[in-house]
Design a protein around this ligand. Structure first.
Ligand SMILES: *Cc1c(COP(=O)(O)O)cnc(C)c1O
Length: 373
């Protein structure tokens, strides 16, 4: 197969999904897959076949989820800027729920639903304002943030949910960030949820059918082959131990990265090994258009040389061919002596890799190849 391409290990994906099912068995938990992490059809269909719900952030993702086998009623639709057309179509498709991110949006959804003689299921996406100073990896749960409804507006939001004619308030939604590797932020989230539930129930007489605690569980980028499956036991136990929901309420989750990241590698070929002043530069045929995470977030991805049998090692920068200095996959990386034509694997690329790719420099997509189907 021509490089670069994404190699997906579907057997590992299935094993990951099985692990999630085992860890949630016996509880009224429902896990949604955040399609934005990877919308590859084989992957999305595999997740759908395993009885998960879907978390979408555009009408394109909603359509794709339905096409790949998710029931419309198992789709939650989030996003700060849903357009009128998107809202209208999602109501027509009878999706499970809108995760609503502002009071303004509550009004618009109600108006559009009312004009169709429909009632839209909504959950309020609330901003739990979890302290970023102690948890620097949390970027989406702060009070003044484009995501979600600030707790200062909670009363108003609950009142609107109760009174606007085109809405049925179903649940509360939170999503505090991504690549979270300690359980402290999730414990904090559980504490924040209790008084909010009380207020919805006792203050406003709202019945909460479900609480959605979002996603964000991290993966091991350093040792992907040693730890291919995230700590789902620790994750779900945190909620089992810290969050008691009222009788009849479900707990929902929306995981993206932890489901798909480790099943994908970006496979690329070395075009040149260029001699620099102090180090050598490995130029590969994949670029930041195929995998933007290192350029965008200075993210680390483990890189392995699958070809070189050399026991000698050297230090390299590994870069792509794109006309941007940011198009760099690794700096000062020690690899077995690497030569033109060697094949490298960039690991943990199954999440936010292919789905964030672009055509910058008029470059092609890296196609998908599957193993373990
Ligand atoms: C992106 C996103 C997720 C998934 O995040 P991960 O870090 O990939 O688990 C879940 N919920 C919402 C609302 C999101 O935007």
């Amino acid at each position: 197969m021509n490089t670069p391409y994404y190699q997906y290990d579907i057997a590992l994906l299935r094993k990951t999904l099985d692990t999630i099912r085992e860890e949630t068995a016996g509880y009224d938990y429902k896990v949604h897959y955040a399609i934005k992490a990877n919308s590859d059809e084989v992957i999305v269909k595999t997740v759908a076949e395993n009885g998960f719900g879907a978390d979408c952030v555009s009408i394109g993702e909603v359509r794709h989820a339905i096409k790949c086998g998710f029931a419309a009623s198992d789709i939650a639709y989030a996003g700060v800027g849903k357009t009128d057309d998107e809202i209208s179509e999602a109501i027509d498709l009878q999706i499970g729920c809108f995760n609503v991110e502002s009071l303004e949006e509550l009004h618009i959804i109600s108006e559009i639903a009312t004009s169709k003689n429909a009632v839209a299921n909504v959950a309020l996406r609330l901003n739990p304002d979890i302290d970023a100073h102690t948890h620097h990896y949390i970027t989406t749960g702060l009070a003044e943030n484009k995501f979600g409804i600030s707790l200062h507006l909670l009363d108003e939001a609950l009142m609107l949910s109760k009174t606007l004619p085109g809405l049925k308030m179903r649940g509360l939604h939170f999503h505090i960030g991504s690549q979270i590797l300690t359980m402290e932020p999730y414990k904090l989230l559980c504490e924040r949820i209790k008084p909010i539930l009380d207020k919805a129930k006792n203050g406003y007489g709202l019945k909460i059918d479900y609480v959605n605690v979002g996603g964000g569980l991290g993966i091991d980028y350093e040792n992907p082959l040693v730890n291919p499956i995230s700590d789902f036991k620790g994750f779900f136990n945190t909620f089992k131990e810290n969050l008691v929901l009222p009788q009849g309420s479900q707990l929902h989750f929306e995981l993206g990265r932890a489901i798909v990241a480790q099943c994908g590698s970006l496979i690329t070929k070395v075009i040149y090994v260029k001699r620099g002043l102090e180090k050598q530069i490995v130029i590969v045929d994949a670029g930041m258009n195929n995998l933007i995470r290192p350029a965008l977030y200075q993210a680390y991805h483990k890189i392995e040389n699958l070809t070189s049998k050399s026991s000698d090692r050297a230090v390299y920068d590994v870069v792509g061919p794109i006309c941007e200095s940011a198009d760099t996959f690794a700096e000062n990386l020690t690899l077995p002596v690497t030569s033109r034509g060697d094949i490298l694997a960039i690991r943990s690329a199954g999440a936010y890799g292919q789905s964030m790719s672009s055509h910058y420099n008029m470059r092609n997509d890296a196609p998908a190849q599957y193993v373990g189907l």
